[in-house]
Design a protein around this ligand. Structure first.
Ligand code: HEM
Length: 481
């Protein structure tokens, strides 16, 4: 029988399918194998977690005793760069090393997560909690007041605030608790520059409430009467009411045409149509983010300069040279700050050894694999700044204070020095913090000499910010000019 064209076409089709079967089978099995491999990736290994409390109490105790680095390094030695912990009620993947930092700052599979204890105090609609376009929108509002050209305009105001603070809190005193002083100073600068607050009751109320509130940042978030955490929640409520009052006053001014969005961040958020509750949350977050961090940097820089005579002499020499180029009473300028290279290298080295932000947390948005382990959706992901910043393979002799490491910042390996975080969530206040630190150090070293007060040691704890024993008491003496 002659084959018809239709029969031929059918035969060719069958042959083609048969010939391609092995390829199809291989593809199917590869897909199935891929899925299997994903399912098979093990959860990170980790130490036994006691029920309910998990590892929270051990870590908190270690932070208080300033032994958290040893505690976490033991974990890395035992389980490798990805391990499983149970912290603050969440299963947590603890990642360490520069590639972990890169993953945390760059992966779309993780998003920022505020610890529950803090979220309950400052609110859940902060810049930290929003993602994608919403995050970009809120960040753009804040950045308008924090980017370099804005900060440039603040130099004279910061200069005035620093002198005012030193006149009131250092002049005429024999001893100063440095951390108490720097916290008050950075709070004043932030209130004036970012929020445009007057020196009135609102400023004083916010100061009082935030001194209480910060004690609850890493507390176990259980609101039982008479606990520290319940006092922190009450302080946050009063703080929120004070911020609501500021919003009310700014709205009235804006409606009367007496202000414009560029005046301060609250007015800008109002003009952009942000709901009041969201403005309050973001202001609460900014107050936390902006003042204690820079206060810790300043305090530990002063502490190091008291220990390291060589670094101290170099900072004094740099600052004296700038002071000599000024007329009496003349404020520092943006150009002067550019000449403070060694002082900023010393500040960077301080940030390396004593990072104000110890740990950054994220949350997985989906199952994600990292380092051969599966981190399931909804887990907390944590990295700790000191894991790379005190790694001797990256920073030889990490316990030695050596500002020369930062005289050429491009020599520092990527993702190893991360005091300001990285990626889309890089601290937008880093330039603000730099300028504030340099202005403060200029006046402290050119107007005072200091040494550690008798009976005060240099120990410090972390909870979560580094806090020196007794606030770092220093005997101070004015320099007669
Ligand atoms: C030495 C001082 C400071 C240090 C060490 C520091 C550190 C950090 C770090 C590590 C992050 C990122 C957290 C993460 O990725 O999870 C961050 C975020 C942030 N910081 Fe700072 N900060 C400092 C000063 C400031 C100042 C002065 C301001 C404002 C005036 C500020 C505002 C913010 C804001 C708004 C965010 C959130 C950014 C976002 O989620 O997009 N910080 N900071």
């Amino acid at each position: 029988m002659d084959a018809t064209p239709a029969m031929l076409a059918a035969a060719v089709a069958v042959l083609a399918v048969v010939a391609s079967l092995p390829v199809l089978l291989r593809l199917l099995s590869a897909r199935a194998g891929g899925k299997k491999a994903k399912r098979k990736a093990p959860l990170p290994p980790g130490p036994f977690a006691p029920p309910l409390v998990g590892h929270t109490l051990s870590l908190v105790r270690a932070l208080r005793a300033n032994t958290a680095d040893d505690w976490l390094r033991r974990c890395v030695s035992a389980y490798g760069p990805v391990s499983r912990l149970s912290l603050f009620g969440s299963p947590t993947a603890f990642l360490s090393g520069p590639s972990a930092n890169k993953f945390i700052f760059g992966s779309a599979a993780v998003t920022a997560k505020t610890p529950e204890s803090l979220a309950r105090m400052i609110g859940r609609r902060t810049i930290r909690e929003v993602v994608g376009d919403e995050h970009r929108r809120v960040r753009a509002m804040m950045v308008q007041f924090l980017r370099a050209d804005a900060v440039k305009r603040y130099v004279a105001i910061m200069d005035d605030e620093v002198r005012r603070h030193l006149d009131a809190e250092w002049s005429g005193r024999g001893t100063v608790a440095v951390m108490t002083s720097t916290k008050a100073l950075t709070f004043e600068v932030m209130c004036t520059v970012i929020f445009g607050l007057g020196r009135d009751t609102v400023r004083r109320e916010l100061w009082t409430e935030f001194q209480q509130l910060v004690k609850g940042i890493w507390a176990v978030p259980v609101n039982l009467p008479f606990t520290t955490y319940s006092r922190c929640l009450a302080a946050s409520e009063r703080g929120r009411r004070a911020v609501a009052g500021v919003i009310h006053e700014r709205r009235a001014k804006l409606e009367r045409g007496d202000s414009s969005p560029g005046d301060d961040v609250v007015t800008l958020m109002l003009a952009e149509g942000m709901p009041d509750e969201e403005i309050i949350d973001n202001v609460m977050f900014l107050i936390i983010a902006a003042h204690d961090t820079t206060a810790a940097l300043l305090t530990f820089l002063i502490r190091q300069l008291d220990i390291d005579k060589d670094a101290f002499d170099k900072v004094v020499q740099e600052q004296e040279e700038i002071a000599r180029s000024k007329a009496p009473g003349e404020a520092l300028s943006w150009d002067d700050l550019g000449r403070m290279r060694y002082t900023w290298a010393a500040a960077m080295e301080t940030l390396r050894m004593f990072p104000p932000v110890y740990s950054m947390t994220r949350k997985t948005l989906d199952d994600v694999e990292y380092g051969g382990c599966l981190i399931p959706k909804g887990w907390q992901v944590m990295h700790v700044t000191t894991m790379t910043q005190s790694d001797p393979a990256i920073f030889p002799e990490p316990g030695r204070f050596d500002p020369a490491r930062f005289e050429n910042p491009s020599a520092v390996p990527p993702f190893a020095f991360v005091p300001f975080g990285g990626g889309a969530r890089l601290c937008p206040g880093n330039e603000f913090a730099r300028v504030e630190t340099l202005v403060a150090v200029h006046y402290i070293v050119t107007r005072f000499r200091w040494k550690l007060a008798a009976g005060c040691d240099r120990s410090f704890s972390r909870f979560p910010l580094p806090y020196p024993s007794q606030g770092l008491l220093m005997d101070i003496e004015p320099i007669q000019k």
